[in-house]
Design a protein. Structure first.
Lengths: 260, 314
């Protein structure tokens, strides 16, 4: 009898870790607890966005076969518009929608509700602290890849370009990938700068082209400062090369002096 | 129920005036205590601010008509179920979650489209048998996933949550189909909240002996008794809302709300204590979650529903 009783009492509950937080603060966390209503909203918006990009922006995706079937992997792309993250997400199958995290700047997106809500609900953004606790955010990214086999979308330029050219890749992506075996997939997105650049209010119907390159890993690269820069340079060259192949004249190779 | 009927309905108009004046009086009292006596009213103000949002939302959805009211109650049930799931850890099992939520949507559909007085089908039997289909669907979900591990726990949590939060609260939606829908709904909602307030006030004034310490440490026997007495007498004061009820039936309806309200409050406290959370959610500032707000209603709604249906038909 005692045995039975203890079995019943042993039934444990895994209460949500963010219990007690307000909805908006729950959205700022990462990884977020699953919320059926948020999932439903995200699925619905993903369907709408996919249709929208296909018709309004005539989104064209090449190199889909380079995408692994399941995580963990990292998509590395140039960044010129808010459209970039959703365009990359629409290249992935719907079943990995809630497992794909575009890495977004915390200081920008968490500044007000109008940015947090769409970023977290629609894009499932992971908010990355660019300033003091970058180390902590980087660790979180590694945990997402290591423990949960998720997909990360990284824009190593760290911000949207102001002139449509590919900017300098920051070290974060190198620190994330050097010495690890997570596949990194370089992607080039063209046309989003024309469609919806920084500072413009509504997207225009410009043609958007997404080229997905071959996956590469940096297992053999030492995770020191030189290795980090090598990873950055390699990814930057790969992204720029993809852009050149896709015939964008706005792509110009970046000066390599920055790394020496 | 529709906006034009609501405007010409005496019960709706009286309750609208009543709640508005209570809100105004409450605001004046808080203002007087704050600025006249310089007391700290943060707690009362938080709770009052919650009511400032809740009362208009409820009134507008009841005013807008039957369909809006039923959808509103279903949204409340979905939010409350989600809070329950987050507290028990069920939220991580998305298949069970969506099956239970589909059951709640199913309740809304059954209530919405089965208006037997306006030529719809008689939905009472179907409404009462919904748990059968949801039990079957939950087991089916495990079978389809081909996954036996931990399923009984997930099914048990989902089914209880659905029964208690989805289905029992669904009785409130069903009251929107009644002949005297405004009377029943407004009486029930108002009486349940009055019961909560009365228990709080009586407990503050006369509370000595604790009621049920392990479940809810701040409830007192005096508070509960006082609230039950006030609730039992309340229907006599609003007999216009329950025109068919005799005096004895009014008192029974009051006792149902008085006793049921307390039991509902304590029931959610049992769940909260066992799981180990303080509040079920954070949606309504000053009140906790949706589930913390509707806890008393969950228990008393089906009791009142069946009493009204048994004694006068809906």
């Amino acid at each position: 009898m005692d045995c039975n009783r203890s079995n019943i009492a042993d039934w444990s509950y895994e209460t949500a870790e963010d219990s007690g937080l307000r909805f908006i603060d729950r959205l700022k966390r990462c990884p977020r607890e699953p919320d059926p209503l948020v999932y439903a909203a995200r699925l619905l918006s993903a369907l709408v966005i996919r249709g929208w990009l296909k018709t309004y922006n005539r989104l064209e995706i090449s190199g889909r076969e380079n995408l692994p079937n399941s995580g963990p992997f990292v998509l590395v792309a140039n960044h010129s518009s808010h459209l970039d993250a959703v365009a990359l997400m629409s290249a992935l199958p719907l079943r990995s929608l809630h497992r794909t995290y575009p890495v977004a700047a915390k200081d920008y997106f968490c500044a007000n509700r109008r940015r947090v809500l769409p970023a977290a609900i629609v894009a499932n953004a992971m908010f990355f602290d660019r300033n003091e606790s970058a180390e902590h955010s980087l660790k979180l990214c590694r945990e997402l890849l290591e423990d949960r086999n998720e997909v990360l979308i990284v824009f190593p330029e760290g911000t949207r370009t102001v002139d449509g050219r590919v900017g300098l890749f920051r070290r974060g992506v190198g620190q994330l990938l050097a010495g690890t075996e997570y596949p990194a997939i370089p992607c080039y997105i063209g046309g989003t700068f024309k469609s919806w650049p920084k500072g413009s209010r509504l997207p225009r119907p410009a043609r958007v082209k997404l080229s997905i390159g071959e996956a590469r890993t940096y297992k053999s690269v030492a995770p020191d400062s030189l290795g980090v820069l090598r990873v950055c340079a390699d990814l930057q060259n790969a992204v720029i090369a993809l852009g050149a192949v896709s015939g964008r004249e706005s792509v110009r190779s970046f000066s390599q002096e920055a790394y020496q | 129920m529709s906006p034009s009927i609501a405007l010409s309905n005496e019960v709706f108009r009286i309750f609208a005036v009543l709640t508005t004046s209570l809100l105004v009086i409450g605001g004046i009292i808080i203002a007087v205590v704050r600025y006249g006596f310089h007391k700290d009213v943060t707690h009362a103000w938080d709770s009052y601010r919650g009511w400032l949002v809740m009362i208009p939302v409820i009134s507008i959805s009841l005013f807008a008509g039957r369909a809006v009211a039923i959808c509103f109650f279903s949204v409340i049930a979905i939010l409350a179920f989600t809070e329950y799931a987050r507290a028990t850890g069920l939220h991580r099992n998305l298949v069970m979650m969506f099956t239970s939520l589909a059951g709640i949507v199913g309740i809304a559909v059954v209530v919405l489209f089965g208006d037997s007085r306006n030529g719809g089908f008689d939905n009472y039997g179907l409404f009462m048998s919904i748990p059968v289909f949801v039990s079957a669907a939950l087991l089916l979900a495990s079978i389809v996933q081909n996954r036996p591990e931990g399923q009984l726990k997930a099914i048990a949590l989902s089914l209880f949550g659905f029964l208690y939060i989805g289905w029992m609260f669904g009785h409130v939606s069903f009251l929107a189909n009644a002949r005297n829908s405004y009377g029943y709904l407004l009486y029930l909602l108002f009486a349940v909240e009055l019961n909560d307030v009365a228990a709080f006030v009586c407990g503050k004034l006369f509370g000595r002996r604790p009621l049920c310490t392990n479940v809810s440490p701040w409830k007192t026997r005096e508070g509960a008794l006082g609230a039950v007495i006030i609730s039992a007498l309340f229907p006599l004061a609003v007999r216009f809302a329950l025109p068919d009820f005799s005096i004895v039936e009014c008192i029974i309806a009051g006792l149902i709300v008085g006793v049921g309200g307390h039991l509902g409050d304590l029931s959610i406290s049992v769940i909260k204590r066992d799981v180990g959370v303080k509040d079920m959610g954070t949606l309504i500032r000053g009140h906790g979650g949706v589930l913390d707000r509707i806890d008393s209603l969950l228990y008393s709604a089906p009791l009142f529903f069946h009493f009204a249906r048994y004694s006068h038909g809906l």
